[in-house]
Design a protein around this ligand. Structure first.
Ligand code: NAP
Length: 318
């Protein structure tokens, strides 16, 4: 098969479309003939040499795909060759075929074209597991989502609205502000013009900035608030005012999806299929796709992501 290899750490030009060995299904694995793969910020970190795949994972980038099951290994439950699926991966999505533990494979939500289903696994599993399973956002509460126009943000805004919350979000341009308002955000803050911590008050915060926003996020939490950090775009080390936290009885979580074992990812995927896919099928939450780029031109897709102008997801298509 062919796959995108990272020739060496560096810019988008290091992504090369090459002939590589086909994956074989190990015990409990499904082989997916890939239709499309989602591009994630983590792939850029991996390309730059800052984010190695976890032990045992494919060396090729790509954390999510859609496609058709072509082979199944021993011990696989619930899937058969010919099934149209999407899947959360530990790596290897930028390829014609990928092996994945069956627990991480999900049916395509009714009504979603197979290509666009590649935009869903990473954002749906990340947002559902962090905002709802971990931080337990409830109907009527307020969610603050940083980077509302990101792949993660566009999904979080829609899902929280669909489940009855008030949503505040931050963006860096007027064009992005307009788009996230269309997606349902109740309040949009341009972080280049205003300090979000002066304005926003929230019960749950989904943060992608890490150190840079830590004190502002704690200031923005309501009593009993829950801050969930899933990205470190603004650095990893910061001081924390424990006094402010205990006065508010607030909690700070930090999580990553990729390094979790297959059973953990499987439990999240099943919960997503039960709770989120019905909302996607009903059209209450839609995949937001900015561009579809041929997989052999993954470098072009990374240039787009690096430019930061995208809104929602960029897909690689076969
Ligand atoms: N822990 C996990 O399991 C997990 C899983 C998936 C993703 N993530 C993380 O989630 C983040 C989003 O991922 P993605 O793939 O959706 O990336 P993406 O589409 O490239 O989004 C990055 C976003 O960061 C925003 N941003 C940059 N500076 C900002 C600031 N000062 N304040 C607020 N927003 C700012 C950008 O928005 P503007 O252009 O509007 O500034 C952009 O929308 C990444 O940090 C990624 O690593 C974590």
């Amino acid at each position: 098969m062919r796959a995108i290899e990272i020739a060496q750490a560096g810019g988008p030009e290091v992504l090369e479309w090459r002939e590589v060995p086909d994956p074989r299904p190990e015990q409990g694995e499904v082989i997916i003939e890939v239709t499309a793969a989602g591009v994630n910020r983590a792939d850029v970190h991996q390309r730059n040499g800052f984010y190695d795949p976890p032990p045992g994972a494919s060396p090729y980038p790509g954390l999510e795909v859609s496609g058709v099951v072509s082979e199944i290994g021993a011990g696989v439950e619930g899937f058969a060759p010919g099934d149209e699926v999407c899947a959360l991966l530990s790596g290897g999505g930028y390829a014609e075929r990928v092996a994945v533990p069956w627990q991480q494979v999900m049916p395509v939500p009714d009504g979603v074209p197979l290509v666009r289903a590649a935009a869903l696994p990473e954002v749906a599993c990340t947002v559902w597991s962090n905002v709802f399973m971990l931080a337990r956002l409830r109907r009527g509460e307020t969610l603050l989502v940083h980077g509302g126009a990101s792949g993660i943000g566009t999904f979080a805004v829609q899902l929280a609205k669909a489940l009855g919350s008030r949503v505040i979000t931050t963006v860096g341009s007027a064009a992005k502000a307009e788009r996230v308002a269309e997606l349902g955000a109740d309040e949009v803050i341009n972080y280049r013009e205003e300090d979000f911590a002066d304005k926003a008050r929230a019960d749950v915060i989904l943060d992608i900035m890490g150190a840079k926003y830590l004190s502002g996020n704690i200031r923005a939490l309501n009593n009993g608030g829950r801050l969930v950090i899933i990205g470190l775009q603004g650095g990893r080390k910061a001081e924390i005012d424990l006094g402010a936290l205990l006065a508010k009885r607030a909690t700070v979580h930090a999580t990553t999806l990729r390094a979790r074992p297959a059973d953990d990812k499987g439990a999240i995927a099943r919960s997503v299929v039960d709770n989120v896919w019905p909302l996607v099928s009903a059209g209450a939450v839609r995949p937001v796709v900015y561009a579809e780029v041929p997989m052999s031109q993954a470098a072009e897709a990374h240039r787009m992501l690096d430019s930061g102008n995208h809104i929602g997801k960029i897909l690689l298509v076969r």
